[in-house]
Write a protein that binds this ligand. Structure first.
Ligand code: A2P
Length: 284
């Protein structure tokens, strides 16, 4: 599995397994078993996914089975929006405890606003700063190998850059051909942050898009592979979610083909500013 070197020297696999909505111990165990068997070494979860404890338990069982140890894999989790602000350190420690890990490889602020507060609540910036300071402290203590943010806009990132002592290593956002976030990508690349895409398949909606399907057919690939490859060729990491073993396998087979420039343009031309997930732009 190819990886990217983050701005603090930590190596992160470019393809990871998303686990949003992967719930229940049996499902988690079976999904991670399949992913490890197909070469996945990176797993993305979050406090709000309510599967951290099951993932931690399943990995404890599965790593020896696959001849792996903790340092062979990369675990990402995220601070739940309810824990933003003064409760941030406790929220981070809860993730570590639930995953039963001495350290996590990457920890992200999941959302720029605090749960239960309106987007325009003027206390949101202070909350973000408190959360980031708590994460910086845990980073310095070796509990997180890298820290970053998710669902931040350029404005949120600019604010963070004026306050932080540790620069974010990763920005995780929704990114696919119908939501080509060029400004964010350019800002990340200028600032040295790795952009990682979630919902590369548009929560599954894009695999039936006729142009995507047509291109995939012409290349002898699946629509999902073409969508994921399109992101990788922009230097963007991906974390497709699937619980289906055949799809888990195909979503990792992305390094034996290349999209031509005109194919990249065809996909980017689908941009319509469509979000399948959440829109953080209103959060002050
Ligand atoms: P499933 O878990 O049944 O495979 P996204 O990562 O954009 O949020 O997309 C996730 C959705 O896409 C899930 O519903 C998942 O369903 C589906 N999916 C994942 N991989 C594939 C694939 N290779 N082909 C078709 N659908 C997929």
């Amino acid at each position: 599995m190819q990886s990217v070197k983050l701005n603090n020297g930590v190596e992160m696999p470019l393809v990871g397994l998303g686990t949003f909505k992967v719930r229940g111990y049996e499902v988690v165990h079976q999904t991670l078993d399949s992913a490890l068997g197909h070469g996945y070494r990176s797993f993305d979860t979050a406090g709000v996914y309510q599967n951290e404890a099951d993932i931690g338990r399943a990995l404890k069982e599965l790593l020896p089975k696959h001849g792996l140890s903790r340092h062979d894999i990369f675990i990402t989790s995220k601070l739940a929006p309810r824990d933003h602000g003064p409760e941030a350190e406790a929220g981070c420690l809860r993730s570590l405890e639930a995953l039963d890990c001495e350290y996590l490889d990457l920890y992200l602020i999941h959302w720029p606003g605090k749960q239960g507060w309106k987007s325009e609540d003027p206390r949101n910036p202070e909350c973000r700063q408190q959360s980031w300071e708590a994460m910086e402290s845990l980073y310095r203590h070796g509990k997180f190998r890298a820290i970053g943010v998710s669902n931040y806009t350029v404005g949120h990132l600019q604010e963070l850059l004026t306050q932080c002592q540790v620069k974010p290593a990763v920005l995780q956002v929704e990114y696919h051909p119908r939501l080509v976030q060029s400004e964010l990508l350019a800002f990340c690349s200028e600032s040295g942050f790795h952009l990682q895409a979630y919902s590369s398949l548009g929560t599954g909606c894009l695999v039936t898009e006729p142009k995507v399907k047509g291109l995939a057919d012409s290349l002898g690939k699946t629509p999902a592979q073409v969508l994921l490859r399109w992101a990788l060729q922009q230097g963007i990491g991906v974390i497709p979610k699937s619980t289906n073993p055949e799809r888990i396998a195909q979503n990792a087979r992305l390094f034996d083909f290349r999209l031509a420039e005109e194919d990249m343009e065809l996909l980017s031309g689908l941009h319509s500013d469509t979000r399948y997930c959440w829109d953080p732009r209103a959060v002050v």
